[in-house]
Every structure is written in C-alpha cells, then in structure tokens.
Design a protein around this ligand. Structure first.
Ligand code: NAP
Ligand code: MG
Length: 493
C-alpha cells in the first residue's frame, strides 16, 4: 500500500491492492535431480557429488544438481573436441537448421522456461516471459540466419571457427546468457562446453533437453553444472581454444591472468556502474519510468543497470519527488505473481552483499530512502527499492557495483560536468541520456565512455545489436555481427 505524500501518490493511496495473480506452475516438469549433459546424454558426475539449487523466494530446495569435477570437465572437453570435425564439415545452412530448430523449441516451451527461470533465479515472471525467454529464442533465430552467410559477414577474410569454446555464465539472465554464448558459437562452427551459475542451473539443463531433442550431433553442446572451481577447471583445460566469460570483474581479471601466454582466445563481459543522465529538457515522467526500469528491473541484477542517476540541478527536486512517488507504487513479492515488479534477490549471499552496501552508504554520511512497501514474510530474500541522495563521487556506493535495487543520485549543472561524473568510474558498460534535443544526445553519446548508450530509453536489447564494455567492463562484444567475430579466426591473418 502506498503512503500519501502528495497529489500524485494520492491517486494510489486508496484502500485497494492488486489481488495475487500467480502464474500456474502445474505445467512444468522438474526432476528431483539433474546430471551433467555430455555427448547428448545426461550422465552422473564422476565423483557422485551433487548440490542443491534453491528457490530464492522461499529459500527451499528445488532440485539436486550434479557438481562437475576434473574428470567430468575432461570428458566434456573431449566430447566437444571429437564433435568439432563433423560439425565443421556440415554446411552453414545445415548448422543454421539446427539453430532454427532450437529457437522454435524454446518458443514452444516458453511458459515452462519462464516459470522455471523465475523459480530458480527470483526474477518476476513478467520479465522472464517478456524479456529472457523471447530474447533467448530471438538470439538463436538471429544467429541461425548468419550460419550460411559468414563469407558475406566477413568478405575476403575466409572465416574459420576457433574450435572448442568454454563458456561460463552468471545468474542474472541464465537462459539468455546461455543463448548469447551458444548461438554465435554454433553458427560459426565451434563446439561448446557451457557452465551455468551455481544458483541458476535449471534453464540451462532444460536447454540441454532441447538440444538433445533438436537432434544436434552428440558433443556439439555440453553443459556442466558446478561451482566456481568447475569454471576454473574449464579455463585451465589445455584443450580449450576459447573462453567466453560473463560475470564479475574480479573473476574476469583472474581468468585473464590465467590465460596470459596461452593460445586461448578470450572475451569478457563484466560488471558495470551505468550512469543514467537526466537533462533539464527531458520529458520527466518518461525519464522517471526509465530510471525505474534502469535500476529496479530484475532487482538491479543487471550488469548494464543505470545504477548511478545524474540529474541536472534545475530539475533535481522534481525528479526526486516523482521518483519517490513511483518507488512507492512498486510491488516487491512473489516472482511468479504477474503483478510483481521486484522479485527475490538471487541468493542469501547476494542479499548480504547488498545490505553491506546499504550500511556502508549510510556510514559515509549519505541519505537513504526506501519505499515503504510490504515485504513478503517467510524465508525468501528481499530488498526494498532504495535510493541514496546526498552522495559524493568518491562514496563507495557510487564507485562499486552493488548489483541490487539500489540507486545513487548526484546532480550536475553543465553537460561537461555530467560527462565527467559519468565517466569517472573503472567501468564502461552502459549509460542513458534523457533529453528533448537531438544535438545534446550526440554530444553526450560521443563523450560517454560506455559500450552501450541508450537515448530516451533504458535497458532495451536486441540480438542484432552488439553488447560489451570499455575499461573494466570487459573485452570484446556479444550480439550482432560483432558477436560472430568473437568465435572466428581469419585465415588471412
Ligand atoms: P561471478 O561470481 O564472476 O560468476 C560468474 C560465473 O563464473 C559463474 O558461473 C561462476 O560459477 C563462475 N566462476 C566463479 N569463479 C570462477 C573462477 N575462478 N573461474 C572460472 N569461473 C568462475 O559473477 P556472478 O556474481 O555470478 O554475476 C554477477 C556479475 O556478472 C556482475 O558483476 C555483473 O555485472 C556481471 N555480468 C556482466 C554481464 C555483461 O554482459 N557484461 C552480464 C551479466 C552479468 P558459480 O556461480 O558456480 O560460482
Ligand atoms: Mg536457484
């Protein structure tokens, strides 16, 4: 229920609330336990070890998941190596057919995938349904179209696959990140060993079922579940030709060090601290929606989140008032409820880390505003939408990635000052600009050191558009034509 603050919130401050509108989970089929997917078969882990994946909105176990050890990594890499020759020997059109088939099978099972994604990771069903699952399918469709056109994508360069790719992904977009990695790798003739994050393995394992059902040749895609050490074993494996990693900057740096001096190709998609910049001539109500979408979307578990809000001083009071009012209307709750705006924080460890930053921000003398919404009772992991004001550029909460529904707000007077503040970060993944003037968009976008800059919108994704960062946000691009290049070596070199 919202609190009465001013006329805007009065509209919402009535006695009604939305009734619960939970998505049915009765149609999904989950096993009690899941094995590793190697050579198109589900096989138990060599040392018989399993771990639990839990539902972060209840804290309860969903299933037991195999924990891959060195012997399993060896087997999966061997299987991918064996499949490489026959897979490369297929025509591009044939490889494309398999990708089209995977794309269609994801579409057919869209309801099942959306529910499982929300159960395992905590994100609102509205997002898994409208973003994660359709975009995952769209990536397979998009790269299927390139499979027989590589000569046109890179004219005169004689593009060849890199070989066996080890792909390691995080928990914030489990299925989508798997699609981002697998689709371009297969379109270009590589074979794959993929590891989902420990807390969100289920949709990758469901994707394994689809890969098997699509009749993909055995060994072309292998999926290994496990913890960080499984990822490290993949990175170290001598028979891997390429590592594609999405995750924290900390682990990305570690991987880069380990690969120094080896033949292995590397792409890194790492953290971010995106600046969302509101100029005084922006359409303020739309900008406020963009701010909400930029940081509270997916609980702030978004690498390209607009986690630093920069507002021109002349409209700062207005933006803050409207933003707080809008925050009051956000519903934190059951990820499977269609009304939920902010679902569960992905894990107990992530919630602890967010709380540490909330404390740290206050200790640094800033002001914290949190919406007064009710949090679900029970043992799930929840965080209210949070806004820090009165912050300085040097504050930890402005400098470090929090990866939760936590926004910091700074003001500026001139565009130059906005650019200086926006670029004053180790990261360089994303930014947003809100203004009525095209000329200001050009000035800001050319001055921002960020791989993606949205203008008058935020957090829009498309398979045709390259995605990636500057500075400590990563190396290389995924998506679009650029995403193909990450899986190709050129014979003219
Ligand atoms: P993380 O701790 O770095 O983990 C990412 C993946 O790496 C997980 O599968 C993890 O396995 C594995 N891993 C952990 N230690 C490893 C090691 N030493 N060697 C190899 N693999 C290892 O990151 P996260 O906390 O899951 O994800 C959040 C981070 O990802 C944020 O910083 C976010 O900004 C970033 N991210 C970036 C993008 C992008 O495109 N730039 C997209 C999404 C997320 P376990 O889960 O089993 O530990
Ligand atoms: Mg889970």
């Amino acid at each position: 229920m919202s609190k009465t603050k001013d006329t805007f919130s009065l509209q919402f401050d009535t006695t009604w609330q939305y009734d619960a509108a939970p998505e049915s989970a009765s149609h999904i089929r989950l096993q009690k336990g899941y094995d590793l997917f190697i050579d198109n078969k589900f096989v138990p882990p060599a040392d018989g070890k399993y771990f639990n994946t839990v539902n972060p909105s209840t804290g309860k176990k969903i299933a037991e998941i195999a924990r891959a050890s060195q012997a399993d990594v060896d087997l999966a890499v061997q299987s991918a190596r064996k499949a490489l020759g026959p897979w490369q020997a297929l025509s591009g059109a044939s490889r494309g057919k398999y990708l089209f088939r995977i794309a269609r099978l994801i579409q057919e099972r869209e309801r099942e995938f959306s529910v499982i994604e929300s159960m395992d990771g905590g994100k609102p069903i509205r997002e898994s349904k409208t973003i994660d699952v359709p975009l995952a399918s769209a990536h397979f469709f998009y790269y299927a179209g390139w499979a027989d056109k590589l000569e046109y994508a890179f004219p005169g360069r004689n593009p060849k696959p890199v070989g066996v790719a080890a792909q390691i992904i995080p928990w914030n977009f489990p299925l989508l990140m798997a699609a981002w990695k697998i689709a371009p790798a297969l379109a270009t003739g590589n074979t794959v060993v993929l590891k989902p994050a420990e807390t969100t393995p289920l949709t990758a394992l469901k994707l394994a079922e689809i890969i098997r059902d699509a009749g993909l040749p055995a060994g072309v895609v292998n999926i290994l579940t496990g913890a960080g050490d499984t990822g490290a074993m993949m990175v170290e494996h001598p028979d891997i030709d390429k590592i594609a990693f999405t995750g924290s900057t900390e682990v990305g740096k570690l991987i880069q060090k380990r690969l120094a001096g080896t033949h292995k190709k590397l792409t890194l998609e790492l953290g971010g601290k995106g600046a969302n910049i509101i100029l005084e001539d922006a359409a303020i109500d739309q900008a406020v929606e963009g701010i909400i979408n930029g940081i509270y979307f997916n609980q702030g578990h978004v690498c390209c989140a607009g986690s630093r809000l920069l507002v021109q001083e002349s409209v700062a009071d207005l933006v803050i008032r409207k933003l707080k009012d809008r925050m009051e209307t956000l519903i934190v709750g059951d990820p499977l409820d269609k009304n939920t705006d902010i679902g569960a924080i992905n894990s107990a460890a992530q919630l602890k880390s967010i709380k540490k930053y909330l404390k740290k921000g206050l200790a640094e003398g800033t002001e914290l505003y949190q919406s007064s919404c009710e949090l679900p009772s029970g043992s799930g992991y929840w965080c209210r939408p949070s806004l820090f004001t009165n912050v300085a550029q040097s504050n930890t909460i402005v400098q470090e990635e929090i990866f939760g529904p936590v926004l910091t707000l700074q003001t500026f007077r001139t565009l130059e000052e906005a650019l200086e503040k926006a670029n004053n970060t180790f990261y360089g993944l994303s930014a947003g600009v809100w203004t009525d003037k095209g000329s200001k968009i050009f000035k800001m976008t050319s001055g921002l050191k960020a791989g993606i800059v949205w203008a008058n919108t935020y957090n829009r994704f498309d398979p045709t558009s390259p995605f990636g960062g500057y500075k400590e946000s990563g190396i290389g691009r995924e998506g679009g034509l650029h995403g193909l290049a990450s899986y190709i070596k050129f014979e003219d070199r």
